[in-house]
Design a protein around this ligand. Structure first.
Ligand SMILES: [Zn+2]
Length: 350
């Protein structure tokens, strides 16, 4: 078993217990001293750093509060500054006439990592990863200080959170939820989001979702699509899922749209190239593949076949490289091991 592999017995979605809707703990009534009135929609900002030219660096936020009190939920995007599908989703939610809250408060953040975003980079100018820097420190690095500001001003005031991500550059992900299903409140959100696939796991140390949960704010991550793009199918999945979560929490009217064949993936593995060469891909993200199925053919530039990349088990293609050129050891496919009855997932296994 490689270090990339996490081994846990596969279990179906119906084995996750959905806890009852949790009560709100922090009614959000002010922002930086200004009132957030019941029934109001507010464009505000948060100063997170200072630029080389001594300008205040701010992130824009939208706070929408219903007349009736209820949970406070954050929706964050571009925590990695080049992951823009979430930004597209937040912008769609901002314009969505159906986003009329009947209770509680939503904080929408189209770009969390504004310094990375301005450079079209996943990382901050100090080359640190903001999503490994939470909860942060007032006396720490640039990343750590930014994380602390965001954590104190937004995360610690929320009851639940949804953090929107994409694959890293030159990779793509089939839209899926990542969540720590050992916490029943997180499991509740993950199931309510309504995505077809949930990948179980705690998340990396210092990640927003792990630290938010530790601080009492159950948080899930959507992973979908590619960096530096706004892809309509990912945006619609994200926006629909956020509204499902809000409906589940009683903050929007109507019933959450449930996935009819939700599957939980508890073990995943990156399949790496054995030879340098040019790949011809035979599958795409979201495909269901069988053990031994050829996923890609590795050829020389003159077209001679070197080897084939095969699936080691029945799997969902969770993510994959978008780059055909490959060297030995580079990741090609991220495969999620399917539970016992993969046909229940739907899709053609050929
Ligand atoms: Zn990310």
């Amino acid at each position: 078993m490689s270090a990339d592999e996490v081994s846990v017995d596969p279990v179906g979605a119906d084995e996750v217990s959905a806890a009852p809707v949790s009560a709100a703990r922090n009614p959000l009534t002010t922002w930086e001293g200004q009132p957030i009135a019941p029934g109001s929609a507010n464009d505000v900002s948060l100063a997170v750093s200072e630029s080389y030219s001594s300008m205040t660096v701010q992130i824009p936020l939208h706070i929408r509060r219903a007349v009736e009190d209820g949970p406070t939920v954050f929706v964050t995007a571009a925590l990695h500054g080049d992951e823009l599908n979430g930004t597209g989703a937040v912008r769609q939610l901002l314009r969505d006439p159906a986003l009329r809250l009947v209770r509680g408060t939503v904080i929408l953040v189209p770009v969390l990592n504004i310094l990375g975003f301005d450079r079209l980079s996943r990382y901050l100018p100090d080359r640190r990863d903001l999503n490994r820097s939470f909860p942060g420190s007032k006396r720490g690095s640039l990343a750590s200080r930014m994380a602390r500001v965001v954590f104190d001003a937004v995360i610690s005031r929320c009851d639940f959170g949804v953090d929107l991500h994409t694959a890293a550059v030159r990779r793509t992900n089939f839209p899926h939820i990542r969540a720590d299903l050992s916490d029943p409140r997180v499991a509740e959100l993950a199931v309510a989001f309504g995505a077809d696939f949930i990948v179980d796991g705690r998340g990396p140390k210092g990640s927003l979702r792990q630290e938010a949960l530790r601080a009492g704010c159950p948080t899930i991550v959507l992973e979908g699509g590619e960096a530096l793009k706004v892809e309509p199918h990912v945006v619609s999945t994200a926006a629909r899922g956020v509204k499902n979560v809000l409906r589940h929490l009683g903050m929007l009217e109507g019933e959450a749209e449930r996935s009819t064949h939700q599957v939980i993936i508890r073990r995943s593995k990156w399949i790496r190239a054995e030879r340098g060469g040019f790949l011809e891909y035979h599958v795409q993200p979201g495909d269901i593949v069988r053990k031994g199925q050829h996923l890609a053919t590795n050829t020389t530039l003159l077209g001679q076949v070197q080897n084939t990349v095969e699936s080691p088990f029945d799997a969902l293609v969770v993510g994959m490289s978008t780059l055909p050129a490959i060297s030995p050891g580079e990741p090609v496919f991220n495969l999620g091991k399917l539970p016992r009855s993969p046909r229940a997932v739907g899709g053609d296994p050929t």
